[in-house]
Write a protein that binds this ligand. Structure first.
Ligand code: FMN
Length: 464
């Protein structure tokens, strides 16, 4: 039997693949988010997943309709986890907080509250943000540069930890007989006075049951790695293949050791987008459908819409394929099959897209189920690292990444909701359990994630 992996759901109610909301029966109306969130929470909890994870984005605009529609209008992550706190009993709840814009006292307060309300099931994903438009939404002239964002993030984390430790474990006495409610010696200020963050404390919420909530960090830069290695329990990384994930994981573990932690104190989690069905063929048919639903420049009017990406046309695909400007194929219909003769001349990026489409959809050049230009345009313009298949294929993927030293866990995305998450929990989760890859136990999120006791930051003097 294997050690269980860390497996959580990365919840995007509108679906994680941009055309997912168009799939028959998919959730597509943000006003119905409450019901879908409840359904996802129930499925995740019953399947034994470790947590529900909510990302964040601090701006919106019409350009997102095509690129990342789930970012257009969605529930604020802290509101989402607070809502789900009341309808769940065991699963962890992780909300993203952007340290570039968030207030540390308000963040410590909201997250400690969530931890109290859930009996220790709360976690925080700290990001510094990559959306320039967030600045103007928060009264700033510009999005801070990488160095300034991480200078603030480091101070933000230290302030959070001090605030979470405001109350000594035994400071709340509630001794009715003597009339002593608190031991004021056990109530401590944070007295944090940094270059970017200043906060006095103590926190006006009881000590969180986990003392320090599990901290996730998601980023890509060298400063991000340093922060994750020094402070994070989980590092959420983006990785194209197991080899690059394994290299990042090795780097993070070495950096953690260099900062005085155990290498295994930072656990690496990668996003994964399984497309799951009873059989591999049925799963490939779903990918096929998703690609057909990607709006492209096919004469139906999408191309005239605000924010429509320039790379969704036959001409732009043929450019990257290196097909000559005067080639007859330039006048093809996007629903025409791609001939083997033309495909044989494709430059590398287009050839790779063709290979991916064949593998993921089961189509081929020629035959009864041919690859068409539309599929290539869609797959190139909206790339996704789908893991396609029935329960065995999905579990094999998880196991292969684990065996390659690429990941300690996975954040599971669903192309559309709730059916694809339902398919993951109904079909893939039992197979993962059977192999011992899913099924951590523990009352608190820290316990479930197998985290060591938190390194306390308590340095401040008692208030009184
Ligand atoms: C897997 C992953 C998930 C992320 N999720 C979010 C998110 O939900 N919200 C956000 O503002 N940024 C998110 N980020 C972006 C990071 O916060 C970061 O700002 C961005 O990757 C730029 O890298 P850097 O911060 O290291 O410069 C995510 C990054 C990764 C790798």
């Amino acid at each position: 039997m294997s050690e269980p992996l860390i497996i959580g759901a990365m919840v995007r109610t509108l679906g994680a693949y941009p055309s997912g909301w168009r799939h028959p029966g998919a959730h597509a109306d943000p006003l119905g988010d409450a019901a879908v969130l409840r359904r996802i929470a129930r499925l995740g909890e019953d399947a034994g997943l470790d947590y529900l994870f909510f990302g964040d984005w601090l701006a919106t605009g019409p350009d997102l309709e095509f690129r990342d529609p789930y970012l257009l209008a969605r529930i604020d992550p802290l509101s989402a986890v607070l809502y789900l706190a009341g309808v769940t009993e065991r699963i962890g709840l992780i909300a993203t907080v952007n340290s570039t814009y968030a207030d540390p006292y308000a963040t410590a307060r909201a997250t400690a509250s969530l931890d109290v309300l859930t009996g220790g099931r709360a976690g925080v994903n700290l990001v510094t943000g990559a959306e320039p438009r967030a600045a103007a939404n928060h009264g700033r002239d510009a999005h801070a540069d990488n160095a300034a964002r991480y200078d603030r993030a480091e101070e933000f984390v230290r302030a959070l930890r001090l605030l979470w430790e405001s109350w000594d474990e035994d400071a709340w006495r509630a001794d009715a007989a003597s009339g002593v409610l608190i031991d004021s010696d056990g109530l401590r200020g944070a007295a944090f006075d940094g270059a970017h963050v200043r906060v006095d404390g103590p926190l006006n919420v009881a000590r969180p049951p986990q003392s320090h909530l599990p901290l996730v960090h998601a980023g890509t830069s060298a400063r991000s790695r340093a922060l994750a290695a020094a402070e994070a329990d989980l590092a959420l990384i983006a990785a194209a293949d197991p080899a690059s994930a394994a290299a990042t994981r090795a780097e993070l573990r070495a950096l953690a050791a260099a900062s005085g932690r155990e290498p295994g104190d930072v656990k690496v989690v990668v996003p994964v987008l399984p497309v799951v069905a009873e059989t591999d063929a049925a799963a490939r048919a779903i990918v096929d459908h998703l690609l057909l639903l990607v709006p492209i420049d096919d004469g139906s009017g999408h191309a005239g819409r605000e924010g429509f990406p320039a790379n969704r046309s036959l001409a732009s695909f043929l450019d990257i394929a290196g097909v000559a400007a005067d080639h007859v194929v330039r006048r093809a219909s996007v629903d025409d099959p791609v001939s083997a003769a033309v495909a044989g001349t494709f430059d590398e990026p287009a050839a790779r897209t063709l290979e991916l489409v064949r593998r993921q959809t089961g189509r081929d050049l020629g035959g009864p189920h041919p690859v068409t230009w539309r599929l290539l345009i869609a797959a190139h313009a909206v790339p996704a690292a789908f893991v396609v298949g029935g329960p065995t294929a999905i579990a094999d993927h998880f196991e292969a990444w684990r065996d390659a030293g690429a990941a300690d866990g996975f954040n599971v995305l669903s192309a559309f909701q709730p059916a694809q998450f339902e398919a993951f929990t109904r079909l893939a989760a039992p197979e993962l359990k059977r192999r011992g890859l899913l099924g951590s136990s523990g009352e608190t999120l820290r316990d479930r994630l197998g985290l060591a006791a938190p390194r306390l930051a308590r340095a401040a003097a008692p208030v009184g």
